[in-house]
Design a protein around this ligand. Structure first.
Ligand code: RRO
Length: 332
């Protein structure tokens, strides 16, 4: 009997935050779909309209996408209320927080944990912190500023942990904590992030990599202009063209975590559009994978055929669980 179970969810698929998850209608569609988990749009304390439109563009078949959404969201409370009122469908429920300052992120954490009346904490299973949005005009990507990122985590992570432990003890409910990371390109940067994470290895249970590849530019030869408006057309790249970068990030962190004895899982993201892509990410070491551009292009139906293709491939290769091949990338 073949099983697609992962440590976090009944199967390895989740939407990438930002894709089809900003409104109740979209989240309902995701909740009815075949993924094992869902994540809400990265949120701030107050609702945001985001950058001017058009701010998203996709090439035919989603080979590549570019976005400069600018964190449009309905405000964090909206997503907490969604989960509180949602009819559970066996999916693991992730929220994504992207406060524009440390204090704002602490306020979002307070919203989850502070109010015993609402008990929002009972309706979420994982918190993903997003320090890697590439499209905030006037804001650097925090996860690229190592010293600043380290100081930031030194305050935020213990703040979350204190509250998380209380809920775990009082309510017997586990909430996983993770980070959404941007793509890194140099070996020394993977080393540096691994060293930073080492201090939090019992709190940060997963990283999710990669966020979109920052500051690409797509030009339309006919109009002789960029295809999106914000930031003079610069934006985050997604789709299958970024898959090799994403695989390299998953593999780099997976090998370093093993070498350093860090028990941190990886959600792989970047250019996943079929079962073979999922297989490759798990082979590189991913515990789960998220689907972004393909979800935008095809809608939630994509989860079903991606899972079917993965099962067929596993059956052909004689694997019955994801653990059978996770991380077991062979040498050339
Ligand atoms: O909203 C966005 O512009 C956005 C975010 Br928060 C993110 O994390 N990654 C991305 O490609 N776009």
């Amino acid at each position: 009997m073949l099983s697609l179970k992962t440590k976090y969810a009944p199967n390895p698929l989740i939407n990438a935050s930002g894709c089809m998850c900003a409104t109740t209608k979209m989240l309902d569609e995701l909740n009815a779909g075949a993924s094992g988990a869902i994540i809400t749009k990265s949120a701030t304390q107050n609702p945001r309209t985001g950058n001017p439109e058009p701010r998203y563009w996709e090439s035919p078949y989603g080979t590549y996408t570019i976005n400069s959404m600018g964190l449009p969201n309905c405000g964090f409370q909206y997503y907490l209320d969604y989960y509180k009122n949602m009819i559970p469908n066996g999916k693991t429920r992730f929220v994504s927080i992207a406060g524009l300052s440390l204090d704002e992120n602490k306020a979002l954490i307070d919203l989850i944990f502070a109010c015993p009346d609402t008990q929002y904490y009972c309706h979420i299973d994982a918190i993903e912190i997003n320090p890697s949005c590439p499209n905030l005009i006037g804001h650097r990507q925090l996860a690229y500023d190592f010293a600043e990122f380290e100081s930031y985590l030194a305050i935020l992570i213990p703040y979350i942990e204190e509250r998380r432990v209380r809920v775990m003890t009082q309510e017997n409910h586990i909430i996983h904590i993770g980070l959404k990371l941007p793509p890194y390109f140099e070996f020394c940067d993977f080393d540096r992030i691994t060293a930073i994470l080492k201090s939090y290895q019992h709190v940060i249970q997963f990283i999710h990599c990669i966020n979109s590849v920052p500051n690409g530019l797509v030009i339309d030869a006919e109009t002789e202009a960029p295809v999106i408006v914000p930031k003079q057309g610069f934006g985050g790249l997604g789709g299958s063209i970024i898959k090799p970068i994403a695989l390299a990030n998953v593999r780099s962190f997976y090998t370093r975590f093993r070498e350093e004895g860090l028990d941190i899982d990886i959600i792989g993201s970047g250019g996943i559009s079929n079962g073979t892509d999922v297989f490759e990410f798990i082979l590189a070491g991913a515990e789960m994978v998220s689907v972004g551009s393909q979800l935008m292009v095809e809608g939630v139906e994509c989860f079903e055929y991606i899972l079917e293709e993965l099962e067929q491939l596993m059956a052909k290769k004689g694997y019955s669980t994801l653990d059978d091949f996770r991380g077991k990338l062979k040498k050339y």
